[in-house]
Design a protein. Structure first.
Length: 268
């Protein structure tokens, strides 16, 4: 396996698929050898792929030119504007194209920073091509779920959870309230789904790391706190004094769907 990323045999032996998927992938990678290897293999798998070598070019293509892609393979270590900044710029501009982030060492802190920036999945270098394709295909499948599905009667079906006048739509990746509608990243949705499925229970930060993001429990957990702060802005009437996403001091967090306005964070 090359130190740059792809296994060297992957560059020479790509599977020759005759079925075109119609997916358009943006590769943001400054190492030419790796970028061309990804381009060749993604095209061989039936994807249309475009390569840019720096973050500024990616932002220009995605945001200024409004080029349409089904997914972005985004390296963290880029010259100038790094991958974290690219992901943050995309989400700030309400561009929710799925992002697979490539991390140089697979450090948990880098992974969490990528999630906080808006990445949907990550893959540490070096990696096997088959693993990258599996992760990418997973993102493409999930992006298909964003398209409204209708039943035979024409009514839209949705995976939703409603509480306190707010609706979390897990299929459309959004939160709706009377006066606002907020788009979510896939990682935000996965965290919300886990909290919703465990109401009223104190959930530790290490449990969130392991069960939601599949990271080691000894990872720095400060990024989780940043996620919760952002989710509170979406879900709480007063994010400074949350009643639904409560902090359980010394443990982690608790989701309380039917909290009263006078509820406060719990000390332990």
């Amino acid at each position: 396996m090359s130190k740059d990323g792809l296994n060297s045999r992957d560059l020479a032996t790509a599977s020759q698929s005759n079925e075109r998927t119609g997916s358009r992938i943006l590769i943001v990678e400054d190492e030419a050898h790796l970028a061309q290897g990804l381009l060749f293999n993604l095209q061989a798998e039936g994807h249309e792929a475009v390569v840019v070598g720096d973050g500024e070019s990616a932002v220009d293509l995605l945001l200024k030119q409004s080029a349409q892609f089904d997914a972005v393979v985004l390296d963290v270590m880029l010259p100038g504007m790094d991958g974290f900044a690219v992901a943050r710029a995309m989400r700030a501009a309400e561009n929710y194209t799925p992002v697979l982030m490539l991390t140089a060492r697979g450090r948990p802190e880098d992974v969490l920073e990528g999630f906080a920036a808006g990445a949907d999945d990550y893959l540490p270098k070096p990696f096997e091509l088959s693993i990258l394709l599996a992760r990418l295909n997973g993102l493409l499948r999930r992006s298909q779920w964003l398209r409204p599905q209708t039943s035979e009667q024409g009514a839209q079906t949705a995976d939703e959870y409603t509480f306190a006048g707010k609706t979390i739509d897990f299929s459309l990746l959004e939160v709706r309230a009377a006066d606002k509608q907020v788009r979510l990243t896939m990682m935000e949705v996965e965290l919300l789904r886990y909290l919703v499925h465990n109401p009223e229970r104190a959930i530790s930060r290490s449990e969130i790391l392991e069960k939601v993001w599949h990271l080691h429990e000894d990872t720095d957990t400060r990024a989780i706190d940043n996620f919760i702060v952002r989710l509170r802005r979406y879900l709480e009437d007063d994010p400074v004094h949350p009643v639904h996403l409560q902090t359980v001091r010394g443990i982690g967090y608790r989701f309380v769907p039917d909290a009263k306005d006078d509820s406060r964070e719990v000390s332990r």
